[in-house]
Design a binder for this molecule. Sequence first.
Ligand SMILES: [Zn+2]
Length: 506
Amino acid sequence: MKENEKYNELISFIQQKGFIWGPEPEIYGGLAGFYTYAPLGKLLKNNVENEIRKLYTKNGFWEVECPTVMQKEVWEASGHLGGFTDPVITCSKCKSNFRADNMLSEIFPEINFDHKTEEELLHYVSKIKCPNCNGPFINQIKRHTLMMKTTIGLDTEAYNRPETATTTYLPFLRYADFFRKKLPFAVFQIGKAYRNEISPRQHVLRCREFTQAEAQIFLFREQKENFESYMEVAHEELPLWPWQLQEKNEHSKKIRVHEALDKGYFKNKAYAWAVALAYSFFKKIGIPEEKIRLRQHYPDEKAFYADDAWDIEINLNTFGWFEVCGVHDRTDYDLTQHSKKSGKKLITFNENSPNQEKSEVPHIIEIAFGTDRPTFALLDLFYQKLDEKEGKTKFKIPPHMAPVKVAVFPLVKKDGLSEEAEKIFKEIEKEFTARYDVSGSIGKRYLREDESGTPYCITIDYDTLKDSTVTIRERDTEQQKRIKKEQIRHYLRELIHGRMSWDDLN
Ligand SMILES: [Zn+2]
C-alpha cells in the first residue's frame, strides 16, 4: 500500500486540533470505523447538516425522523438481507480478509472496479499480494453481508438500518394523507445508519456508523416529464461526466441542464432537477467548482431497478476523486416490494392513471448525501500547512461554514481590559458561535484560532477604553483594522455572509 503522507498529516491535524477523534473508544484500543466528533468537528458537521436542511426545506421537502432499527421482514423486502454484500478476498498465508474492490482501486487507481464481475475482480486479485505478509490471495471471492444484526425483546430478529432511505419509504400512506394525496411530495431524513464494513480504513469517509441525509421525491411516472421546478435549473451548467466520456477516457464537461436532457444524459426533468439541486449544495458549502464533478453510472453498474444514477464526486487532496452523493431514480421498485411483503397496498389516487381504479404506485427519485463525507471534504480541501519547521497550520474554511465564527480577546487581563472584553463577548455570543480566550500571548491566541478556522478575532486594548474602538483581525490576510465596538455585530454579519469583503471594510 502506498504511504499517503498527505492523509497522515491531515488526520493528525484533525485529531490534535479537536475536530474528529478515533477510531473510538481510543482507551480500549479503538474499533475501526467508529469516530467521535470532537467540539470543533461537531460544530462543523452541524453547519453541513444545517445547510442541507435549509436547502431541502427551501425546496419544499419536509423533514421526518424514523427508527434506526427494524425487523427482518423490512430488510428482506428491501433486498438488503439477500444482496447487500461486499466482495471479500482472503490471504492464503496469514488469512487476513480485505474488501476486494477497495483494495484494487487503491492499487489500480485508474480502473473503476464498481462494475466489474467477480471473474474480472479475480483476474486483478491474482496480480496483487497481501499488504500484511506479502502472501498470495486465495482465488475466490466471498460475499460478506453489511447488515448489523441485533435482537429486539426476547427473540425478534432485527437489523440496524444500512441507510435512512428504506425507513423513510415505509410511512407512505401516512404521507399521502398528510400531503392531501397531492403528488409530487418530498421528504427527507437526517440520521444514523450502520454498515458492517470489512476493515474500513478511510477515516470517516467509510464508517461503520455514519450519518445520512437522504431525500425522496414521490411522484407519478408522467410527472417526471411535467415537473414545474425544472425551469429554475434548465439553464444552469453542470460539470457532467457521462459514462460515454468515461469510456473514452475524456474529462467531465460543463453542460447546461436542458442540453443534457436533449442529449439523453438525463432521462427526465424531475431527475435533472434533483441532480442540479444536489450539486448546488456542494457549491453552497464552499467546495470550489473545479473540485466537483458529476459521474454517471455505467449501465451495468447501477442497481437493476434504477432508471438513472449519477454520483457527485469531490477531488480530495488525500484520496483524489471521491463519491459524496448519489442521485437515483428508483422507479416504483421500493413501494412495490414493500406492498408485496407487508400486504398493504402502497398506492394513491392519480386522476391521469390509465387503469380503472385510478390509483398507482408512485415512483421515487432519491438524493442521498452522507454528512460525514462533506465534513471530511471541507477539512481536506481547506486545511493548509504553512510552516514546515514550526508546524504552523491554518484551516481556511469559508467563513459561513467555520465552526467558531469569532474569537474575542483582551490584550492583557489587567487594567479593566478583561472586564470590557467579557462585556463585548457576551454581546457577540448572542448572535455568533464565539470563543473567549485570555490565556497566552496574543500571537499564540491568533495561531490557535487560525488552526480552528475562526475567520475573525476581536481584540480589546487600551485604546478601546479611550475611544470605544476594537481591533478586528482577518484569518487569511492576518491584517488588522479598527472598528467601533457598536458596529462589531453588523460588520461580522456582512463579512460572514459574504455581503462585504474584507477589503471593503473601512
Ligand atoms: Zn497475508
